[in-house]
Design a protein around this ligand. Sequence first.
Ligand SMILES: *Cc1c(COP(=O)(O)O)cnc(C)c1O
Length: 800
Amino acid sequence: MGLTKKRFIADFQAEALHLFADSLENLSPMQQYQALAFLVKGYYAKDWAQTKADYDHHQQKQVYYFSIEFLPGRLLASNLLNLGIKDTVEAGLKQLDIDIPDLYAQEGDPGLGNGGLGRLASAFLDSMAADGMAGNGNGIRYQYGLFKQRFVDGYQVELPDDWLRDPYVWETRKENRAVIVRFGGSVYLTPCDNGGLEPVYQDTDDVLAVPYDIAMVGHHNHMVNTMRLWSAEPVPGHAHSLAEKSRINAITQILYPDDSDTAGQELRLRQEYFFTSAGIQSIITHYRRFHQDLHLLPNFVAIHINDTHPAMAVLELMRVLLDDGGLSWEEAWQITVQTLSYTNHTLMAEALETWPEEMFARLMPRLYQIAQEVDHRFRQTYTPRFGGELIQRCAPIADGYLRMAYLAVIGSHAVNGVAKIHSELLKSSVLKDLYTIFPERFNNKTNGITPRRWVQVANPELSELIDSAIDTGWRSDPSLLVPLAAHLHDEKFLKALHTAKKANKEKLAAIIFDQLGIEVSTNAIFDVQIKRLHAYKRQLLHVFGILEAYLAIKNGENRPSRVHVFGAKAAPSYRYAKSVIRLINAVADLVNNDPDCKGKLAVAFLPNYGVSLGERIIPAADISEQISMAGTEASGTSNMKLMANGALTLATLDGANIEIKDAAGEDAMAMFGLTTPEVAQLKASGQYSARAIYEADPTLHRVVDMLTDGTIPGITTEGREIQDELLVYNDTYLVLADFRSYVEASHKLDALWQDPIAWAQAALKNIAASGQFSADYTVARYGRDIWDVLPATPVGHGGE
Ligand SMILES: *Cc1c(COP(=O)(O)O)cnc(C)c1O
């Protein structure tokens, strides 16, 4: 977009006047932000309308990405970057004497997700726009996002995230596209004119689903896609009691703050049906504006099920094709399977979603009838070939429950895992039986990230340094980072890399001081673990590493100085995770207040981890902790973001860590711990004794004792609970089994740190190899292998 600084300043002043009837300098930073955001929205509005018109005009196949979570992050800077006007606008803001970081910080960060799942969905929408693919998001406009986290006396306190209190500039309410979603009541089939059966609904609870559209601005390609989030409202004209109204509003009021196991509540099921039904209905309505023949749907529409929350898309699409479209079961089923695809995100059997038949039938009686028929036909079709036992194990309904992952596989033409190892494990564990029946459906799509946000926006220092070495092509095609490796022996460049990292550490140190009052040395190694707090992710192992270092320092040992940075929210109902938070904060108190540790060891747990805080932490990281028990982390994406910013990965051979190792090289990181087969074998053998390991390793013994012997003040209850999990319940996630090799791997990094050139070389290898993890390539592969949608913008190679 050809924008001059002068023109921008005039536009900005006009927008301020238009919105607030005042001149810019009289506005608050929030008002200035809003004026700027509205202006930017105006800048892309024409492209947005034109993109939609072009998709319709060319009848381009459209992808609809259904996800119960999205974590878009702040959009102003990334929209400016994608429009190609960030430098011009920032120059204008500077001339106007406006504090640019402060202006950006005015924007709310929509917390419409818990972690990796939601962030992946948003990365994919961003990448589809960048690739010029016709991609749409479909999700929920939660009135309250994920809770805001504070620490009080080291405990997590949850505050409501009222993110819509200030108007959210980027959304556009589309009242004219609202649809009605029906819950409850009863339904029976009656013969209709064409000889088929037609459902008659009685006493349903109808809810109006109103879409709010948010633009997904493509990178330098004038394409603007749409993320559509649905809000539940009473149907105008219906007489609702107050209680009914509040029950309707409740559907999109809150995000469930637990992504690891089913909330198990009716409201969650209502949420799932609400956004799935609204999405399917609006897709079919739009389709029918251009096509009569529903048989051609898969030629023009691909619907993707991100994890199982929207898995009832299988049933809802069947319902619309059967009941509204009048198709036969066989026709409708073929169309449904061809249209749908599914991504699995977890191997943990306890996290596979199931719903009691009774609840499902009560809330969605027509969908339940269809589910029964799917189940019946599945059994009838495949039992002769595969036997009743296998079919019973993987049928969509069994033992009183609907099994959503199985339903998703049965109703989709493609099923993928999110890292090579994860996709392999799906076939040999949780989806083994369905793999036997439908082997051709299974494929891998390793997750990706958007380097535009995580490198270009978050780390301008590094970005400019890369530009100076290899020009700017990598900014639109990150696979072009590979030639950076030519600078491996360029000492000047390596020093500049160190300087850029240092600048980012200075900024993070200021935040740490600001928020926690802790002074940290930027000469220290910044050792970072940022992710949801969960036992399988093993923040506890990291804590044990810190305690090992603490004891060594108390013992007079000399170690390179380290600052351990944590960011993590725990689900409010997850006791153990909250105890670990309390422990980390207590260890921080112990270490940060011990004069012996000054300048050697510090711990900073920054509250309220989310996309925006991640953007501050990641550029400053030297070490990326990716230490899940092997076989539990499906992929991970913080590992990719940190790698792209030159952090060295300290990791188990789990998820995408394995692919990071293959890309960057074993010498550019530190691997440790039991492998997935070793974990499986140890668990199966029944021979694991956490206590025996504790007894045999004096350092570990000491560390575990510190949980309860008063060394770490104020954690009596939590310390006991964690120690019991290890020694009484025998350490579910094998923290003690991996402790020794973790500490050794960590020492290896200490040794490398002593040689700044060697460290910078390892960082460089990571940066140069990180391009392949761009989500631009990931979605291009989804397009090629799953959706049958090609990028309109050239996307480069990115591995494969
Ligand atoms: C990338 C990201 C995650 C995923 O982190 P993992 O370490 O892969 O679990 C979670 N939350 C936010 C806010 C992120 O940006």
